[in-house]
Design a protein around this ligand. Structure first.
Ligand SMILES: Nc1nc2c(ncn2[C@@H]2O[C@H](COP(=O)(O)OP(=O)(O)OP(=O)(O)O)[C@@H](O)[C@H]2O)c(=O)[nH]1
Ligand SMILES: [Mg+2]
Length: 516
């Protein structure tokens, strides 16, 4: 069966779920079928990655850095209270989508950004759709969200609605329910980039749990969530034991600590300096900035070190570089970025503005985030999208009042999951159950499930990176046997289901290394 969206499906798993939707469409009510059509549309679209976190944690700044263009308003304006979806388009276009479904084209501001003020009644706005020609967006749709934990209840509820977490109370008004049900069942983001800053507060984990519950009605876990420790430049290294006064080292230590707080909900926590990344990647850093930095590099070191003590001293100190210019540098790079650039210039006085920009980009940690995104998300887009789509299909069937229909959908899913090709989906499901704590496992077994389920490379899956094939094969076989007996003896029914899947995963790995 071919249909327009299948050309763009992420891979064989998405294909099998798409086929399931097509087959079922004629066997379900019109309402459920409409939901399936939406699931199909989403299966054909790039991975939907939501950037989430507390207010002012630097989400929009990071979105701009990732897209490579300063387009999301940061800091001020009503737009920071709205959800904005950045997706690929052949021409740049921004639309306001109203809660009643109306759309209105929004012109870009003079600086090429989405205007900070919309000039419409924000209470009636559902979200903003931005279509941009930037190539990054061909691989993923980036969703900028207003801060969770924000005091502004209205923006929180807008976010929740768009991401599918909202509980729709008005189910006695039959007419509206149709749309809400389908929308909710399929609306969730498929992956999360969670932005934290120094000192994740105790309730941040709750915010993450609440948010992740909203991702396409399925739990997020190491398969589809990573975190960044943003504003790494603002960490005081002397406050972190073992950092030896080094900011980046301090950020790395804190990231590891936060990883243990947030795990296993996220695959990893990476330090990043979103502000510097944004300036370096989106054309914000100019040759005029490089010139100003050169002038600063010429200053007497004592003077410069004094200026770099605080933003106030930096902008008000008597010096040849105009204070407006200094303020601009501060906005683009903050003190850490300025110090980094000056040091680079002093090391290599002939450095070009382009090379200086590159050096700032390297210092921002963005490259590692990009790589992790592509390993954790892009490489797994097929599995992530297929699992999210299956969860939506299940939710749609569940929401239909018809038990016969529910059974038909349920049976079709069982048939699909029983196929050997669908094993990866079962593994993702098992992993998510364990990671979210829905199935309780002893810690060492949990870790093993996470390792097998969330790595793409066989060496890493087996916890033996770089080991020789015979060694890998023997280990896989041993663990396959162990999990099979764990499934039969000494496991709860829920553990047993997970154990069967893990057994099968090891068995398939064994076949693969043995044959190659
Ligand atoms: N020093 C420093 N400042 C940053 C960094 N990232 C963002 N900022 C600043 O933090 C402020 C908030 O950034 P935004 O990107 O608007 O944060 P946000 O999370 O989108 O904020 P809301 O949408 O209002 O929740 C801005 O002034 C940014 O310039 C960083 O890595 N270092
Ligand atoms: Mg924002």
């Amino acid at each position: 069966m071919t249909s327009p969206e299948q050309g763009r499906l992420a891979g064989p798993l998405s294909m099998s779920v798409a086929n399931l939707c097509h087959r079922l469409q004629s066997q379900v009510s019109a309402r459920t079928a409409a939901g399936f059509a939406e699931v199909l549309r989403r299966l054909g679209a790039p991975l939907q990655v939501a950037v989430a976190g507390r207010i002012k944690s630097g989400k929009s700044t990071l979105v701009n850095a990732l897209i490579g263009r300063r387009v999301a308003p940061t800091d001020i304006g009503e737009c920071t209270r709205l959800v904005t979806r950045f997706q690929y388009g052949t021409v740049d276009r921004v639309e306001i989508v109203f809660t009643d479904g109306r759309k209105q084209v929004l012109p870009f501001a003079a600086d090429g950004m989405i205007p900070a003020e919309l000039g419409v009644d924000i209470e009636q706005v559902s979200h903003i759709e931005a279509y941009l020609t930037n190539a990054v967006l061909q691989g993923m749709t980036v969703i900028d969200t207003p801060g969770l934990g924000s005091l502004d209840a209205a923006s929180v509820s807008r976010t929740e609605q768009l991401l599918g977490a909202a509980k729709h109370a008005k189910d006695d008004e039959g007419s509206d329910e149709l749309d809400d049900t389908s929308r909710n069942a399929v609306a969730g983001a498929e992956a999360v980039l969670y932005v934290v800053t120094q000192g994740v507060r105790a309730d941040d984990q709750q915010a993450l749990a609440a948010f992740t519950a909203a991702t396409a009605s399925r739990e997020a876990g190491p398969v589809n969530a990573i975190a960044v420790l943003n504003k790494a430049d603002t960490i005081a290294p002397e406050s972190v034991e073992g950092a030896d006064g080094d900011v980046w080292k301090a950020a790395t230590i804190l990231s590891e600590k936060q990883a243990s707080t947030l795990k296993p909900r996220v695959a990893d926590v990476l330090p990043v300096i979103g502000l510097i990344a944004e300036s370096a990647e989106s054309g914000g850093f100019t040759s005029a900035d490089a010139e100003a930095l050169r002038q600063l590099a010429d200053l007497d070191d004592d003077v410069l070190q004094t200026m770099l003590i605080s933003a106030d001293i930096f902008t008000t100190w008597e010096c040849d570089v105009p204070s407006g210019t200094r303020l601009r540098l501060l906005e683009k790079l903050d003190l850490f970025g300025i110090a980094h650039a000056v040091e680079a210039i002093r090391k290599e006085p002939e450095i070009t503005a382009g090379a200086l920009r590159r050096s700032l980009l390297d210092a921002s940690g963005l490259e590692a985030v990009r790589q992790r995104l592509s390993i954790v998300f892009a490489a797994r887009a097929d599995g992530i999208k297929a699992a999210a789509a299956l969860a939506s299909v299940t939710a749609l069937a569940h929401a239909s009042g018809d038990p016969g229909e529910r059974q038909r959908v349920h049976d079709a899913i069982e048939v699909l999951l029983a196929k050997p090709e669908a094993h990866q989906l079962r593994l993702l499901e098992a992993l998510t159950l364990v990671a979210s704590g829905a199935v309780d496992m002893p810690e060492d077994l949990s870790e093993e499930v996470l390792r097998v389920g969330s790595n793409a490379d066989i060496g890493a899956q087996l916890g033996k990176p770089g080991a020789a094939r015979p060694d890998l094969a023997a280990h896989a076989l041993e663990r396959a046997g162990w999990w099979r007996s764990f499934a039969s003896f000494g496991a709860t029914p829920a553990q047993s289901r997970v154990a069967h899947v893990v057994h099968r995963a090891y068995f398939l790995i064994w076949q693969q290394v043995r044959e190659a």
